[in-house]
Design a protein around this ligand. Structure first.
Ligand SMILES: [Zn+2]
Length: 216
């Protein structure tokens, strides 16, 4: 049976390491330096998978690869092992956002669930953006107000220079002395969540943002 043991962001991270090796090979470095680059990349990848079986570690081993074809083949072989984003039902989403009576899920055909650390879609009529992600195998979600004018900036989630919108959400945190106080937090997030998901190499910024928004 095909084991899907790689998370989307881990797959992106591995690909980034492979690109580092590929670039280093082109630089005609002394062989000991090149070997150090390869060993470091291999160690960084293995570090992501502390519970990997020996067969899985063999699959993740980049040290034997020599050619461009071998690098491409390596990445292609890992791709089917990336875990899919869980199926999300209309009912689950309605429960998460009870105030949004007319909320529609994105068209499943437009989502690449095999390349997703978070699911996001925009409601253009209301300039709202929705984000779903998983925490301890549970789906959590937040609703954001997105600025309508996109611009180039660094996305907080994937850390790439991209077309982003400034997105603001109201946290649930309340001040004891002032029950009417609502705190807003905002950040730049890629307008195109598919490319954001292709570039995320860790979940830190995404999880911090969503968890801060949901913290009571
Ligand atoms: Zn992004």
């Amino acid at each position: 049976m095909l084991e899907r043991f790689i998370e989307n962001h881990q797959f992106n991270y591995i690909r980034e390491q492979v690109e580092t090796i590929r670039d280093s090979r082109k630089k005609s470095l002394p062989s000991s330096v090149l070997q150090a680059v390869i060993d470091l990349a291999n160690a960084k990848i293995a570090f992501l998978f502390p519970e990997a079986t020996s067969a899985q570690l063999a699959m993740l081993d980049v040290s034997k690869l020599q050619t461009d074809e071998a690098y491409d083949g390596f990445i292609d072989e890992l791709r089917p092992h990336v875990r899919s984003f869980p199926q999300v039902s209309e009912q689950q989403v309605k429960k998460m956002f009870p105030k949004q009576k007319k909320l529609r899920l994105p068209d499943a055909a437009e989502l690449n669930v095999n390349r997703m650390s978070y699911m996001s879609w925009n409601d253009l009529r209301s300039n709202r953006k929705y984000i779903l992600c998983e925490k301890n195998h549970q789906l959590i979600g937040i609703e954001l107000k997105a600025s309508s004018n996109a611009k180039k900036n660094i996305c907080a989630f994937c850390n790439q220079l991209a077309e982003v919108s400034y997105c603001v959400t109201i946290t649930k945190a309340k001040q004891a002395k002032n029950p009417d106080y609502y705190k807003a937090i905002g950040t730049y997030i890629c307008t195109d969540s598919a490319s954001c998901n292709e570039n995320m190499t860790n979940l830190d910024a995404l999880m911090t943002f969503v968890e801060t928004a949901l913290k009571e």
